[in-house]
Design a protein. Sequence first.
Length: 297
Amino acid sequence: MYLRVDRLQVELPMPSEPDPDAAANVQELLGGRFGEMSTLMNYTYQSFNFRGRKKVKPFYDLIANIATEELGHIELVAATINGLLTGASGGEEVTDAPLKGLKGKGIPHHYINNGLGALATNSLGKGWNGEYVFNSGDLVLDLLHNFFLENGARMAKIRVYESTDHPIARQMLGYLFVRGGVHALAYAKALEELTGVDVKKMLPIPKIPDSAFKEAKQFTDKGMHGKLYRFSPDDFKDISAIWRGEHPIDGTPLEVVDGLPESAGGPADPPEDKAVSSPGLHPEELQEIAQRLISRL
């Protein structure tokens, strides 16, 4: 089961200027082949289907725990897309064609079939596909796939980074560069324990250190590239059998941290947008209904 905490894993800047085209590019990092939905569902199904887990518990714990962190990454990318779409409509009155200025920009489904919010699609608007999930049942093969998946995701993140200088997108990307690097290294270390092959020598892929990106450097300076968070009050403690030693790039000590990332921000709270009837009715009416409900408590 899962315990949800209503906070983003990192603080994002407040929405400034909308950028529907950047929102479309960031969608690739949510619902694309190497997006956060893929990392989440790959590790989740591998953990669901993990047979004989008690005999090789550190490896099960690693995959299951990283899967839980990926849930928060989906939330973070979705909040980024919502921030990039905030203010994209050109007014509040439906009869004034407030969405006219969005024609030819971004993904039309963001505003035609959605309330200017994140979609379960890639950057072309094509839906995420369950066939992206790989779960062979063979531990080495699954870990090797996960290592590949994390590095494919890093390539996509770097290219999206190159496509936008929007502060919301770049703050999110800087954080995910570091956290994805932790996951790639964790899978490399697990493969080394199983096979003796020093997979971590291939990192980083591409050969650009996280610290080269100023938005990521703020997190590497805090040593977050050496921290594997344990997203459970009582379980997955055996990850410390794998996540130990020093970071191969700069020697930062590797440590398991119980609880949420210390960088965690507040809850996501995208503002209302009357042009797309989000959240619906008139906001004043909804607020009045909500206040009536709260008064019952």
